[in-house]
Design a binder for this molecule. Structure first.
Ligand SMILES: Nc1ncnc2c1ncn2[C@@H]1O[C@H](COP(=O)(O)OP(=O)(O)OP(=O)(O)O)[C@@H](O)[C@H]1O
Length: 400
């Protein structure tokens, strides 16, 4: 458009879009009063965006509006804290232009011009074309509407926090508040070789985290250490300070209030994560590997969280044939095929539905040897490769 166009000249531009099998990459809107149809948005990187000229099959006459909307094109990366499917959203302006995502996906927000519908790409992305996703304010509004439409349940929030009733932890606000932020801003973080290692947290208890951690430490005790205090009796092969710090209940209780990030009871024994012993291991230059319960994700820990998932039932039966567990009543007893495995699967379902978005990596603990290799690879990646971490870890905000 020439800069010096006289005011009385009609400012029009002919835009030709080459339509092939791809979607046009633009949405249109009709003015309810005048009936005029105009382009509501052009999808970032889509066909319309990329078509500079064509031998035209489709011709739009585009009349620029006098007041241009303020463009907010700053790149923003977020982790989705909720699932979204445009096909099930009746409010989306154009479902075909929408982009579905799952909790935990990393999204690159490429356009926030519209306050309700942002444009984003799911990472890693090999497509130039962005898709429409609801903005934070739109999602919060729908959450609020949903919340108000529910029957009054005064204890919903408290129940969410106590799905592992024996654990007393600092609850992450995201799992306790009624209205959660649907996106968490993240930044790419690369550990400097001279910085302390990233803390590795394995969860949950019961699927073999102790066995995996033990093997990792045993493989190279000069690199790895797992400093979780427990009141459980050591098993034959275990050594205090290696798998756990084995301490008495009285000592444990005296440490609880001022030195623990989380603590709790699992199958009759007390376990905890001590801030100081974690820091001591990291400051000694080792890689600290701890077990946590899912609701222990806190700012102090800043852990790389690895979720250890049980394999399907038939694989559990096959792989755990010679395995033993420790329960309230027995130190070492074989798994009970139905009860124990079903309990494990049920616990995994609950954890995934509440916490999937917080996991940096998932290992299916099927063949033990494979799982150990996967764990070692993931732990080294966490130290040496860039990771997406909450932006508030790098540039703290007032409420973080
Ligand atoms: N992939 C696997 N294949 C076969 N056996 C396994 C596997 N993973 C763990 N086990 C066995 O299952 C039993 C329970 O594992 P483990 O003690 O690690 O469970 P945990 O509940 O996670 O640990 P803890 O009770 O100390 O918190 C152990 O006998 C262990 O050797």
């Amino acid at each position: 458009m020439p800069e010096d166009l006289p005011d009385d000249e009609e400012a029009t531009r002919i835009v030709c879009l080459v339509k092939n099998k791809q979607p046009l990459g633009a949405t249109i809107k009709r003015n309810e009063i005048t009936g005029e149809i105009f382009i509501a948005r052009v999808i970032h990187g889509g066909l319309a965006d990329r078509s500079a000229r064509s031998r035209g099959t489709i011709m739009f006459k585009v009349i620029p509006i006098t007041e241009r909307p303020i463009h907010n094109q700053t790149m923003l990366y977020v982790r989705a804290m909720t699932d979204y499917s445009p096909q099930q959203d009746p409010t989306i302006p154009c479902a075909d232009a929408g982009m579905s995502f799952r909790r935990g996906d990393i999204l690159e927000i490429v356009d926030q011009t519209d306050t309700l519908w942002w444009q984003a790409k799911k990472l890693p992305s090999n497509t130039a074309c962005a898709g429409l996703i609801p903005s934070t304010s739109l999602l919060k509004r729908s959450q609020r509407e949903f919340w108000w439409s529910q029957p009054y349940q005064p204890h919903t929030c408290i129940q969410t926090c106590t799905t592992q009733p024996s654990y007393h932890t600092r609850c992450p606000s995201s799992s306790c508040t009624g209205l959660n932020s649907p996106y968490e801003e993240v930044v790419r973080y690369q550990r400097h070789p001279e910085d302390v290692h990233r803390l590795i947290a394995l969860l949950p208890s019961g699927v073999g985290v102790n066995e995996l951690r033990r093997r990792l430490v045993e493989m190279n005790p000069n690199i790895f250490q797992g400093p979780v205090p427990t009141t459980r009796a050591p098993r034959g092969y275990e050594e205090s300070g290696r798998e756990y710090f084995f301490i008495g209940r009285e000592v444990f209780e005296s440490m609880v209030y001022h030195n623990f990030l989380e603590y709790g009871e699992y199958k009759g024994n007390m376990y905890g994560t001590s801030i100081q012993s974690t820091r001591d291991v990291l400051n000694s230059g080792k890689i600290c590997v701890i077990d946590i319960e899912p609701n222990a994700r806190t700012h102090e820990l800043r852990a790389y969280v690895i979720y250890v998932k049980p394999p399907p039932l038939e694989r559990l039966r096959e792989t755990r044939r010679d395995a033993y567990i420790t329960t309230n009543y027995y130190v070492n007893r074989p798994f009970k095929q139905d009860e124990d495995f079903q309990e494990m699967e049920e616990a995994a379902r609950k954890i995934e539905s509440n916490y999937w978005q917080f996991f940096d990596h998932v290992i299916v603990n099927d063949e033990l040897q494979d799982s150990c290799v996967q764990l070692l690879t993931a732990v080294m990646k966490a130290q040496d490769e860039p990771q997406w971490v909450p932006a508030s870890w790098i540039r703290p905000t007032a409420d973080s």
